[in-house]
Design a protein around this ligand. Structure first.
Ligand code: TMP
Length: 415
């Protein structure tokens, strides 16, 4: 392991408690999005412990092994626009937020934290709102600016917010799949407090811990995702900054996501959904360590079953390739030691990933066209399982030719 670019955090990210309990160990892994070039295959890769901890005081599930964010995000290969379901999701998202919170405003202003290639902001722009993106990855913020989506190439912070409000405050701040990446949650919430208009709304989407645990989505745990949110710890976080959660709505993307609505205190009526989520989390036992220990046992079983199935298929002379070179796929491959001896290659629609190799397992990533040649006796291990319906529909011919998809979670299954 390279110690450079890495620290071990000692206290809870929300409540500063030291009552932190190890609940799952996924071993030492390279950062899940750090695809490598051919000429790097023989060099040693940086690997870091990937372990999940649970705070016994505020119940936040989190990583304490922190890889330097400059190292993780400066060149980033996840592009929103590469996944059609996400583009569709964003279109509807912008329309819904517009109707509910922006339409009546004179000159609405939307700021997005972690705006990626500008996909969501471009939808808000089409609706006539003023927009600003904050995006730390230089390659992505350049792309967004080239398509006239004004983007600041920096990490979000309270300092950046102080700069922005010199021109104006935000009517709506959005953040999707980004809060989990933030190390300093206190500074983030302080930034939101500064940036929001008096009646402004902060809307964020996070994968829901309860779905992760119930569906054994262990491969969504990686160094970039520092926190795995449920509602109980989030309530504690927002209240430290005079903010409150006034609504929670479930979304189906990314294997189970929550859209959470936050405002300054006493601005919006609190929807019943908030109490429903809180009660449900207590009744499931999110405040007790046994809930998490059971999850860990289930993951160990899943790993064993998946490896056994892959070895059996190999013995039957089936040829296996991966479908979707997702970050979560890299976690699964590394955790289960599935390398280029087992998978021939991985097909993926993201052109910037083509010609690269998966971190740790060194499987080559190629264009999806290759699947046209595949069929009988071929197995596609679905690493982008969050797009299962869309991919199965798109690849019906592969299955008609006798190919099968292997869905790895929550239980390995051949379709
Ligand atoms: P994500 O789960 O982080 O969005 O990553 C999914 C990966 O799968 C991403 O690299 C794009 C890829 N992908 C395909 O190759 N084909 C598809 O049809 C879809 C929806 C995604």
């Amino acid at each position: 392991m390279t110690k450079k670019n890495y620290i071990l955090e000692q206290k809870c990210r929300i409540c500063s408690s030291k009552n932190l309990n190890l609940i799952l160990d996924l071993g030492e892994q390279p950062p899940a999005n750090s695809f490598i070039d051919k000429n790097e295959l023989n060099s040693s890769e940086s690997k870091f412990p990937l372990r999940l901890f649970w705070c016994g005081d505020c119940y936040l599930v989190q990583l304490l092994d922190i890889v330097d964010k400059e190292f993780l995000f400066k060149n980033y290969f996840y592009m929103t626009s590469a996944s059609k379901p996400i583009v569709d999701h964003f279109k509807k998202y912008a329309q819904d937020v517009y109707v509910e919170f922006l339409k009546e405003e004179k000159n609405p202003f939307v700021v997005e934290i972690g705006s990626n290639d500008g996909s969501l902001l471009s939808e808000f722009k089409k609706l006539g709102t003023q927009i600003l993106g904050i995006e730390p990855a230089t390659n992505l913020s350049n792309l967004a600016n080239q398509s006239n989506i004004t983007t600041k190439n920096t990490f979000f912070s309270s300092q950046v917010c102080k700069e922005i409000i010199k021109s104006r405050n935000a009517t709506v701040v959005v953040a999707n799949n980004v809060i989990a990446h933030v190390e300093d949650l206190q500074d983030l919430m302080h930034g939101i407090q500064i940036l929001l208009d008096k009646n402004g709304v902060f809307i964020f989407e996070v994968p829901y811990l309860v779905d992760l645990i119930k569906k054994l989505e262990f491969d969504t745990i990686y160094h970039e995702h520092l926190s795995y949110f449920s509602i109980l710890p989030l309530l504690k976080l927002v209240e430290q900054f005079g903010l409150e959660i006034f609504d929670i709505r479930k979304q189906s993307v990314h294997g189970g996501t929550l859209r959470i609505f936050v405002s300054k205190k006493n601005n919006f009526p609190i929807n019943d959904s908030v109490k429903i989520f809180i009660d449900n989390e207590y009744s499931l036992g999110l405040d007790k360590i046994e809930f998490y220990q059971k999850f860990s046992t289930n993951i160990t079983k899943l790993k064993k079953n998946l490896i056994e199935l892959l070895l059996r298929l190999k013995n039957e002379n089936k040829s296996i390739f991966g479908y979707g070179a997702s970050a979560k796929g890299n976690v699964l491959l590394n955790f289960c030691s599935i390398d280029n001896q087992i998978l021939e290659y991985i097909v993926d629609t993201t052109t910037i990933k083509h010609g690269k190799f998966t971190p740790g397992t060194h499987i080559s990533v190629i264009s999806p066209e290759k699947i046209l040649e595949r069929g009988k006796d071929d197995i596609a291990l679905l690493l982008a399982w969050n797009y299962q319906d869309e991919i199965l529909e798109k690849e019906k011919l592969f299955r008609q030719r006798g190919g099968k998809f292997l869905i790895p979670i929550p239980q390995p299954e051949l379709l």
